[in-house]
Design a binder for this molecule. Structure first.
Ligand code: C2O
Ligand code: CU
Ligand code: CU
Length: 490
């Protein structure tokens, strides 16, 4: 296998906009680079420019506090509203927020303990709040048509009957989800359980949620949303700030990484090629830690990783780099910098065994799903699941409650990458292109990447709720173009 460094570094610099798979050299382009046009800056607003890399501090996201912990449940109220936040120094950027927070807030929940959230929609548009990766009933799933009108409130109830996992919540109002998420409606939902809490992993201030995404700004610092703007969004934000620095102690840290981008795939590495230990994925902990030098995250995927900074002398600065485009290495190659500024005691440890995954029941049904979208350069590309644009009234797959199934999912596009997300369930990835998957994908997953031409085989068990849920490409601009379908469990 060619080394990622030489191939990606060279090719990215050469093409400026190539998006390459790790080792595969597949160019990943969008159908319509020409459609990305500049936004109109607000008249009279002062011009701003992006700060040099590593000059702003990476903030920690706010943690939401329950208004009540009575009755065996944690109760929250969240107001969905527009506000202005400093993203680029010197500018106030209008963002859509959960309770005014940008980056989106963190909600900490416990397995077996219910969370009830009243969301008040103070926007002038409908919203839907979806708990991505959550095992929730259809009426609490926040599906695309189940929206909350402007001025209205809605109570979502999450039973948290599932193992510890780094989930997230985000907007899902149909045709608006991609712009709403782009403008800020995204939050992190960290569910813990006894198994996880009994492990001696880095905790407290040494467990840090990091939401990564891209964005596009006009020259007054306002977000510019253009549908399918894969080439325009070349500013990388880590916890809501452009290419920040983050001060760490020379010890182990646990990072809860989320790719909350609409369409950007990240392939992350440390600038010195240093070791990263992956301990979990979308649906929680892996069975065993896995040592790697790179972490791939397609939109909506999560990685739970530990980095041990004790190998670096105080004073060392290590950049978390991204080796995928689109965008030049100058624009998108640097994500954030870890500055090792002090020593600290470190009682934490990464155990050899993290947990036991649930056994996979024998699958009795096989299905195939084909993802594709127009890539002929037309003005209004459509996204398809099995050749069809999403119809909220059409049931695309009918599933018998209690069964396990194998889904073979293929991306038939030549240029456009996709991924595949199912609501309600955490599945297992059995194979990628006919071969066993890497340890990084061997845990519970709710989103799986599909570079052009790739096929994955998934195992899912539908033994909890009955009802209708969506499955879709999680490049949100694509799902907004119709790359979504309905499954019904009965
Ligand atoms: Cu992140 Cu339909 O979900
Ligand atoms: Cu989801
Ligand atoms: Cu897609």
């Amino acid at each position: 296998m060619v080394t990622r460094r030489s191939v990606l570094g060279g090719a990215l610099a050469a093409t400026g906009a190539g998006l390459l798979t790790a080792g595969g050299l597949t160019p990943l382009l969008t159908a319509n680079p020409a459609r990305a046009t500049a936004g109109t800056p607000a008249a009279g607003a002062p011009k701003v420019t992006l700060p040099p890399p590593f000059t702003v501090r990476m903030p920690l996201p706010a943690v939401l506090s329950p208004i009540s912990t009575l009755g065996g449940q944690d109760t929250y109220t969240v107001t969905i509203k527009e506000t202005a936040r400093e993203i680029i120094p010197g500018a106030q950027t209008k963002v859509l927020t959960y309770d005014g927070h940008f980056p989106g807030p963190v909600l900490r929940a416990r397995s077996g303990r219910k969370v009830v959230i009243r969301h008040r929609n103070q926007l002038t548009m409908p919203v839907a709040v979806h708990l991505h990766g959550g095992n929730v009933s259809p009426d609490n799933d926040g599906g695309p048509m189940d929206t909350v009108a402007p001025g209205a409130s809605r109570i979502y109830s999450y039973p948290n009957q599932q193992p510890a996992a780094g989930l997230w919540f985000h907007d899902h109002a149909h045709h608006m989800e991609s712009e709403h998420v782009f403008r800020g409606l995204s939050g992190t939902y960290l569910l813990s359980d006894e198994t996880e809490r009994s492990l001696p992993l880095p905790a407290g201030q040494y467990e840090v949620p990091i939401a990564l995404r891209d964005a596009r700004f006009d020259d007054t610092g306002q977000l510019v949303y253009v549908m399918d703007d894969v080439f325009g969004r070349t500013t990388i934000l880590a916890n809501g700030r452009p290419t920040p620095y983050f001060e760490v102690a020379a010890r182990k840290y646990r990072f809860r990484l989320l790719n909350s981008s609409n369409m950007r795939f990240f392939q992350l590495r440390l600038s010195d090629g240093g070791r990263i230990t992956q301990i979990g994925t979308d649906g929680g902990l892996l069975e065993r830690p896995f040592t790697t030098d790179t972490i791939g995250l397609s939109p909506a995927e999560r990685a739970d990783v530990v980095i041990d900074f004790s190998r670096y002398p105080v004073g060392t600065k290590i950049v978390l780099e991204n080796t995928l485009g689109p965008g030049t290495p100058d624009q998108v190659g640097k994500v954030l910098r870890f500055d090792v500024v002090r020593t600290a005691p470190d009682p934490s440890r990464i155990p050899d065994v993290l947990r036991t995954l649930p056994p996979m029941a024998k699958a009795t049904v096989e299905r195939t799903v084909v993802l594709s979208m127009d890539e002929d350069g037309r003005q209004e590309p459509r996204g398809f699941m099995d050749g069809q644009v999403w119809d909220p009234r059409r049931i695309d797959q009918t599933i018998t409650h209690g069964t396990s199934e194998i889904w073979t999912v293929t991306n038939t596009n030549k240029l456009v990458p996709h991924n595949f997300h199912m609501h309600l369930v955490q599945f297992r990835v059995l194979e990628r292109n006919g071969a066993p998957v890497s340890p990084a994908e061997a845990g519970l997953k709710d989103t799986v990447r599909l570079f052009p031409g790739e096929t994955v085989r998934l195992h899912a068990t539908f033994d909890t709720y009955r009802g209708t849920y969506v499955y879709h490409c999680h490049l949100l601009d694509h799902s907004a173009m119709g790359m979504m379908a309905n499954l019904r469990i009965r």
